[in-house]
Design a protein. Structure first.
Length: 161
């Protein structure tokens, strides 16, 4: 009921009416006894009319420009916060990937050492090192050729578009 009263009283106000003015008017809202419909008191209506009369088009345009600038500023701040959050997430992912890479490289080195050590039991150490080294080089060549083909086919598909 109070909300309806407040809305009916606010319908005649200009867009420059402040929240403080609205909240000071709300307690003065009442029912008009003759019709039974909610209406604001005459003093409130007079004040609303005075506010509308004093709010010139220039004032309303200034208010509109100010509100637009506030919205743009808020959107820029929100975009900056989103970018910072995304950047922070990417940095954390990068640090995790770097740590994983170091641990993986250490593990791979230990596996190579274990392979050399195992073959050194059967063959001379130089032969074990040569076999493991040749295997690693061959594996690298195969991986590079597969990745090179995949990359060139992707580049060709993009160039065709």
């Amino acid at each position: 009921m109070v909300r309806r009263l407040l809305l009916l009283g606010l319908a005649s106000m200009s867009t420059t009416t402040t929240l403080r003015e609205i909240t000071t008017m709300a307690p003065r809202m009442t029912l008009q006894p003759s019709s039974g419909e909610p209406r604001a008191l005459a003093a409130v209506d007079d004040r609303s009319a005075a506010l509308v009369a004093t709010a010139t088009a220039t004032d309303q345009l200034r208010s509109l420009v100010s509100d637009g600038a506030d919205i743009v500023s808020s959107e820029i701040q929100l975009a900056l916060l989103d970018m910072r959050a995304g950047l922070l997430r990417r940095v954390r992912e990068g640090v995790g990937l770097g740590i994983s890479g170091v641990i993986g490289a250490t593990g791979a080195g230990l596996l190579v050492a274990a392979a050399v050590g195992g073959l050194a039991e059967l063959l001379p150490i130089w032969a074990a090192l040569a076999i493991v080294g040749a295997t690693l080089v061959l594996t690298a060549v195969i991986v590079m050729s597969v990745l090179g083909r995949r990359s060139s086919s992707t580049d060709a598909a993009q160039a065709a578009k």
